[in-house]
Ligand binder design. Structure first.
Ligand code: ADP
Length: 666
C-alpha cells in the first residue's frame, strides 16, 4: 500500500510538472518535429493524459515493489526503450504524441521512491538488529568498562617497569587525542610544573603513533627522564586511540608482542566505551543520517570484539586435561579439544572429518554400545548421561558425560515459569583410571583391615582372657593381661565402626533393609541395653515417652546402632552422677529422637566439624583414656542421611549437649 501511494505521488507530481510545461523540451525530444505547414501533433485529452501518466507510474512502482529492483530494471528499461521508439514512430506516421516523456518521468520517479522506501525498511530492521545484538553481546556496565581499561593497565604494570600509563582517545569531534583511563605508579607527581610542554610532546608522540600505525619510542632524555612508548590502539582496522607508557627503564624489544596483544584488548575495551557513549537515541534511517550509520558501525565493531573474545573460551578448553567436545543440534562438531582427540585416539585431521556420532563411536564399549540411544535420551529428557567406560585392552577407565546445554529465557511473572531452549550438546571425557586405582587400593585396605587385622586381634583377645583366668600367673601379670584384653577389644570395636562407616559410604544399599519401625520402641530397647554402661558411671539414663509415635521406614539394626552411638557419647562425655535423657517426639513431617546430656559440651569452633570422619574434640586430659575414634558421629550422620533424614546438634561447653536426628514419618 505504501509503495502504491508513493508511486501515485510520483505520478501526480509528474502530471503537475507536465501541465506546468516544465518538461516540454524533454517531451519534444521523443517526438519527430512537425514541419511548418503540416498538421500539428495530436495529443490525448488532458484527463486521459493524466490518467495514463498516473497509471503507468503506479504500475512501474508496483512492479518494482513486487519483483524487486534487480529483476525489474532490465524489463522496465526495455519497456522504456520500446515506448521511446513507439513515440517517435507514432509522431511521425500518425502525427500523435503518446506522452512518452511525462510517462517516463512519472515511472522513474515512482521506481525511485518505491526503491528508497524498500531500502529504508531494510535499513531500519538492520539497525535495530545490530543494535540489539551489540547490547546483548556486550553487557558490561559503564563503570565496569572503565575498570576494565584500568585493569588492562595494571596488567601491563606487572610486565613493564611502568611509571605511568595513559589511554588516549579522540575527542568528541574525532580530532585531538584526550586522556581517558590512567594509572600511575607514584601518586606524587614531580613533573607537574613542567607538565605542559612535556605533555604536548607526549601527545605529539601518540599522534605520530596513530598516524603511522606503529609503536613510537622516545628514549629517556628526549622528552624527560622517562622513556616514553606510544602504541596505536586499533580495532577492526580503525584507530580508536593510543596508549602511552612512561617507563623507568628502557623498553625491552622482546615485550613488543605482548604489548601489542594487551594493546588490542585495551582497544576493544576503548571501542566499547566509545560505542556506549554514542548510544543511539533516535531511529533515523541510516542512509540519510550519518549519526545512525556511525552508530551502526560502532555496534558492529562491538560485536566483532565480542566475537574475538568468545574465541578465548575455546582456547581455554584447549588447555583442559579433560576432553571436551561441543556438538550442534544437527550433529556437527563445533569444537573438539586436544584432550578429546587424544582420548579418541585421533589426530587433528581425522577429528575434523568426524561428526558427533563418529566421535562417540570411538568410545563404544560394553555399557555404551549404542551411542544414538544415549544421545536420544539426552535430547528427549534433557537429563545428563554419564557412564564409566572400561577399556581393558588399553587398561583405561574413562568417564563419559553427555549434557544438553540450554539457555534459560525470561524468568516469567512468577519467576520460575521459564522454558529452557536446547542449544548444543556438551561431551566430556575424563580419564578416571588413576582414581579407580585409588578406589581399588582403598577397598583392598578395607578388606585387609576387616580380615587380616581382625583375625589376629581375636586370638590376642581370646588368649589374654584365658591367661588372665590362670591362677598360676602372678597377680600383677594378670592385671597386664587384662589390659591387653581390654585394649584389643577396644581396637576391634574401632575397626568395626570404621568398617560400618566405609560400608555405608560405599552405598551398599542391599544391606539397608527398611521396615516400618517405631522409633520410640527402638529407643526403649537401646536404653535398656545401655543401662549397665550408664550405671558404671552412675549416670541416670531416662527415657521420655511422648504419646503415640507413627512409624518410620528404617533399617532397625542400623538405627539402633545410631541411637546407641549417641547414648554412648552422652555417657562418655558426661561427668559422673549426671542424667542423660532420651526422647522421641513427633514433628510435622518427621519423627525426632533427641539425646540430651549434662556433660562437657562441644566448643562452638568444633560444632560444625564433629560429624566429620576422624574428627575429635581435643579436651584436656579427657581424650586419652577414652575410647575415641572420631567415627561415631560420622556413622550416625551416614545412617540418618541414607534414610533421608537430618542430624542436628546444640551444645554449650560445661552445660551439656543435645544431639538429635529426624527421619521422615510414614
Ligand atoms: P568418638 O568415637 O570419638 O566419640 P564421635 O564422632 O562420636 O567420635 O564424636 C566426635 C567428637 O564429638 C568427640 O571427640 C567428642 O569430643 C564430641 N562429642 C560427641 N558427642 C558428645 C557429647 N554428647 N558431648 C560432648 N562432646 C561430644
Amino acid at each position: 500500500m505504501v509503495s502504491l501511494a508513493l508511486a501515485f505521488l510520483a505520478g501526480a507530481a509528474t502530471c503537475a510538472i507536465w501541465r506546468a510545461g516544465l518538461i516540454d523540451s524533454l517531451q519534444a525530444a521523443f517526438v519527430v518535429n512537425v514541419n511548418p505547414g503540416e498538421v500539428p501533433l495530436q495529443s490525448p485529452q488532458p484527463w486521459l493524459g493524466l490518467l495514463l501518466i498516473v497509471a503507468i507510474s503506479m504500475s512501474a512502482g508496483f512492479f518494482v515493489s513486487r519483483v524487486g529492483a534487480r529483476r525489474s530494471f532490465p524489463i522496465l528499461g526495455f519497456g522504456f526503450l520500446a515506448m521511446a521508439v513507439a513515440s517517435l514512430l507514432a509522431s511521425r506516421q500518425l502525427k500523435v504524441d503518446i506522452l512518452f516523456a511525462p510517462m517516463a518521468v512519472g515511472s522513474v520517479g515512482a521506481v525511485f521512491l518505491v526503491q528508497l522506501q524498500r531500502l529504508w525498511l531494510i535499513d531500519t530492521v538492520l539497525t535495530a538488529h545490530v543494535d540489539r545484538v551489540a547490547t546483548r553481546a556486550d553487557r558490561i556496565e559503564p563503570s565496569l568498562a572503565q575498570a576494565r581499561l584500568t585493569g588492562g593497565l595494571k596488567l601491563l604494570q606487572t610486565i613493564l617497569p611502568l611509571e605511568e600509563a595513559v589511554v588516549f582517545h579522540p575527542d568528541e569531534d574525532g580530532g585531538a587525542l584526550v586522556p581517558g583511563a590512567r594509572l600511575r605508579a607514584n601518586s606524587s607527581e614531580p613533573l607537574e610544573a613542567k607538565r605542559n610542554s612535556i605533555w604536548r610532546r607526549l601527545i605529539q608522540l601518540c599522534d605520530q603513533a596513530v598516524r603511522t600505525n606503529e609503536i613510537k619510542l622516545a628514549p629517556a632524555g628526549q622528552i624527560d627522564s622517562f622513556e616514553s612508548v606510544a602504541l596505536p590502539l586499533r580495532h577492526e582496522g580503525q584507530t580508536v586511540g593510543a596508549l602511552l607508557l612512561r617507563l623507568r627503564e628502557s623498553f625491552d624489544e622482546s615485550d613488543r608482542r605482548l604489548l601489542s596483544s594487551v594493546g588490542s584488548q585495551v582497544a576493544r575495551n576503548l571501542q566499547r566505551e566509545q560505542a556506549r557513549k554514542k548510544r543511539l537515541d533516535g531511529n533515523l534511517p541510516a542512509f540519510v543520517s550519518s549519526r545512525t550509520s556511525g552508530h551502526r558501525l560502532h555496534a558492529f565493531d562491538v560485536i566483532s570484539g565480542v566475537l574475538t573474545e568468545h574465541r578465548f573460551g575455546a582456547q581455554i578448553l584447549a588447555e583442559a586435561s579433560d576432553g571436551y567436545a561441543i556438538a550442534y543440534l544437527d550433529g556437527t562438531l563445533a569444537y573438539v579439544n586436544p584432550a578429546m582427540a587424544w582420548a579418541a585416539r585421533m589426530n587433528e585431521n581425522e577429528i575434523q572429518k568426524l561428526d558427533l556420532f563418529g566421535l562417540l563411536d570411538c568410545f563404544r564399549s560394553g555399557v555404551f554400545d549404542e551411542p544414538s540411544i544415549a544421545v536420544r535420551r539426552v535430547l528427549q529428557s534433557g537429563e545428563t548421561y554419564q557412564r564409566e567406560l572400561k577399556f581393558a585392552d588399553r587398561n583405561q577407565t574413562l568417564e563419559l558425560r553427555i549434557a544438553l546445554a540450554t539457555e534459560r529465557h525470561g524468568s516469567g511473572l512468577n519467576g520460575n515459569g521459564s522454558a529452557a531452549t536446547p542449544l548444543c550438546l556438551a561431551i566430556r571425557i575424563r580419564d578416571v583410571t588413576r582414581m579407580k586405582e585409588f578406589e581399588q587400593l582403598k577397598s583392598d585396605m578395607i578388606s585387609l583391615m576387616s580380615h587380616e587385622l581382625r583375625t589376629p586381634l581375636t586370638s590376642i583377645n581370646g588368649f589374654s582372657e584365658l591367661l588372665a583366668l590362670n591362677d598360676k600367673i602372678p597377680e600383677e601379670s594378670r592385671e597386664f593381661l587384662q589390659i591387653i584384653s581390654n585394649e584389643s577389644q577396644r581396637m576391634s570395636r574401632m575397626i568395626d565402626t570404621f568398617l560400618s562407616v566405609t560400608q555405608l559410604e560405599r552405598g551398599d544399599k542391599q544391606e539397608v533393609t527398611k521396615i516400618a519401625l517405631r522409633l520410640d520402641e527402638a529407643v526403649r530397647e537401646t536404653v535398656t541395653a545401655m543401662q549397665p554402661i550408664a550405671k558404671k558411671k552412675r549416670i541416670r539414663l531416662l527415657e521420655q515417652g511422648n504419646g503415640r509415635i507413627p512409624p518410620v521406614a528404617a533399617d532397625k539394626s542400623l538405627i539402633t546402632q545410631a541411637i546407641a552411638k549417641l547414648l554412648d557419647n552422652a555417657i562418655k562425655y558426661s561427668p559422673e552422677r549426671t542424667a542423660v535423657t532420651v526422647s522421641t517426639v513427633l514433628e510435622a513431617e518427621a519423627v525426632r529422637v533427641i539425646v540430651e546430656d549434662r556433660g562437657y559440651g562441644v566448643p562452638a569452633e568444633s560444632i560444625d566439624r564433629i560429624w566429620e570422619k576422624f574428627y575429635r574434640v581435643a579436651r584436656d586430659g579427657q581424650e586419652k583414656d577414652e575410647e575415641s575414634t572420631g567415627l561415631g558421629l560420622a556413622f550416625v550422620k551416614e545412617v540418618v542421611e541414607q534414610h533421608g533424614g537430618t542430624v542436628a546438634v546444640e551444645s554449650e561447653v560445661g552445660r551439656g549437649s543435645k544431639f538429635s536426628f529426624a527421619l521422615p514419618r510414614l
